[in-house]
Design a protein. Sequence first.
Length: 438
Amino acid sequence: MEVISIIIALISFLLGSVIIHKFIIPINERPVHFANWYYFFEFGLMSFLAIFLLSDTPNLYWGLKSIPAEHFESVKITVNFFMAWIAIAFPLGMLLSDKLFKKLNFKNNILEYYNKPTLLVSRFELILLLFSIIFTSYIIYKIGFIPQLKMLSITKLEAAQLRNQLTFNFPANVHLKELVGMHLIIIFCFSSYLRFLNEKTYKNVIIFSLFLSMSIFFVSINLNKSGIAFLFIGLVFCYTLENNIGFKAIALTIISIIVLMISSYYVTYKKNPINLLSGIKNRIIYSQTFGNYLSVYYFPEQIEHIGLSSISRTIEKMGFEYKENSAKQIMNKIKKDEKDKKVSGYMVSHYMAEAWANFGLLGVLLSPLYIGFLIKSLLGIIINQRRTPLFMGLFVFISYKLATISGFNHILIPRYLIITFIILFIFEKFLNKGELKS
């Protein structure tokens, strides 16, 4: 049965690839675009590939040791069938969005957006820059130090404790940090880079450098080093909006990002670079999938399905019980020691794991359709606006930053992204009255 499930998953993946290539955006037309990223990298490489490579012995993997060997085959078969459905349903969700936009007579051709000229209009860059500097200074003041610098002078255990503290007990307003630091400032960074690509002046270099520094601070504020690599991937997406690059350039970029990640790990942990490279491979291909199998094993046999109880702590104010999300509950299950629990974070996984933990089979069936539809619709809204650096920055953000390898909750109700949309539309429609320069 396991072999059959793998064959079905492979056929589904091939069919999904055909749907994307024929009906959404040609895979080889522009190598760097949202469909290639979400489907072939985040899903294909970081989730789907593992079903072919995982051994039948869970004890070989640190994250799967809590699954008894006699249950592991049935868990793997279930995950394989879930992956097979996602492989076909995610592209179908994007296709549904395409059909809706055509029916409403809206533009829906992503390639046309890549080929449109950029409209460089007045964007109050200095006001946005000043606002961002003030907010970043406020966050540093509330923390009391710069976490990335402190990490260089503390032990590995102290770094884990600090990371846990910054993740679960952030000293400043978490909502402001997420909205401004993790959304707006990053989009401003992309926007300033896109402006620099069109107008290579000293002023634009300085503005972009400052936004880049603040973006690096926020994406790694909880000492998550991969955030920096993903930020530079976003800059690659920006570059491809103005310049079509080939596969050789992409390969060079990937190598550069891997070198950057190895360097950051070496500075932090002083480990052998060869071991670090192996660790990065295991993190991307294996560790990223552990939550998928653990979720199927634990829910609902050992932990009840969560439903909407982990969406937000706001539900407590409405009289409902709040529960930790599945990623945290799973981590607490596999971390038996209380000390380990205090420094442990979340069990990473594809969004399927949290969709299953929250809503069972219905969540698995509907989530890829919804997410495919959501991503394509958000991008569709943007390509029906003027192609300005600010909207292009938002386009890039949505093209790769929705993190389908993260939890389902933040995609189900993307509140910060919705607020970001509203703020940026206000900037574009009401605040910026400048005349077109080019």
